[in-house]
Ligand binder design. Structure first.
Ligand code: SF4
Length: 227
């Protein structure tokens, strides 16, 4: 793995989507009545979209029970301990859709606006993981996010942001509870773990955004209790 690159990188993410790609990111099919909206919004998304990311290499220094030390900071999480046990190095990231779309007068008040920002975040996340792969040969598709499971709550964003450093460079800040601004911003620890998805351990069974089936056996193995 490349070790001479900067430990920390600020990434400005290009936006040059096709209608097909934007439609897929918005989960709108070409035969859907909403397809026309996708086509109408496409030039605005490409012109005003301003996603960005900060990524940083970090060392997994020690794992003991539910205790994980990363670059000198101690986290307590069973799922973190389990998923990082084979990792020596991980990527930390903050990825945001940015606020560029808010400067587009044609999209002001558009009911599709949130969907477009969500699409920009999904685009940015895919771009960042592709960048990790292309630049470093690191498969960072498996991610752990503070707040996505009760085992690693949102307050862990404070430590994660400290480790990453100055997310304000991409316009991201935390409120006093650890939630990120602007909306459609996410924070992660990326590890080499194939296709792990938080959804596989999440008990919000009826979530419309679910990307993986709930895995009861894995839940019991990691947390030692029935869901
Ligand atoms: S099931 Fe829904 S709430 Fe749970 S981790 Fe997945 S997307 Fe998030």
């Amino acid at each position: 793995m490349e070790r001479t690159e900067s430990e920390r990188m600020v990434l400005r993410i290009p936006v040059d989507l096709t209608a097909e790609r934007l439609g897929a990111l918005c989960r709108v099919r070409p035969d859907s009545p909403a397809w026309e909206t996708v086509e109408e919004c496409l030039p605005y998304v490409n012109e005003y979209g301003s996603p960005g990311a900060v990524i940083r290499w970090a060392d997994v220094e020690r794992i003991d029970g539910d205790t994980v030390r990363v670059n000198g900071h101690v986290f307590h999480s069973l799922v973190l301990a389990d998923k990082l046990k084979e990792s020596r190095r991980v990527f930390l990231s903050v990825i945001t859709a940015g606020t560029g779309l808010e400067r587009c007068p044609e999209l002001e008040g558009d009911p599709f606006f949130d969907t477009l920002r969500g699409a920009l975040l999904a685009h940015a996340t895919g771009w960042v993981t592709a960048f990790m792969k292309d630049r470093f040969g690191f498969d960072g598709r498996a991610m752990l996010n503070p707040g996505s499971l009760p085992d690693w709550p949102i307050v862990n964003n404070f430590a994660l942001f400290d480790l990453i450093g100055n997310a304000e460079e991409i316009g991201v800040s935390l409120n006093r509870d650890g939630y990120m601004r602007p909306w459609h911003t996410t924070s992660h620890i990326h590890f080499s773990g194939g296709n792990y998805q938080n959804c596989s351990l999440c008990r919000r069974y009826d979530c419309v955004g679910r990307r993986a089936k709930f895995d009861r056996a894995e839940y019991v193995r990691i947390f030692g209790i029935e869901p």
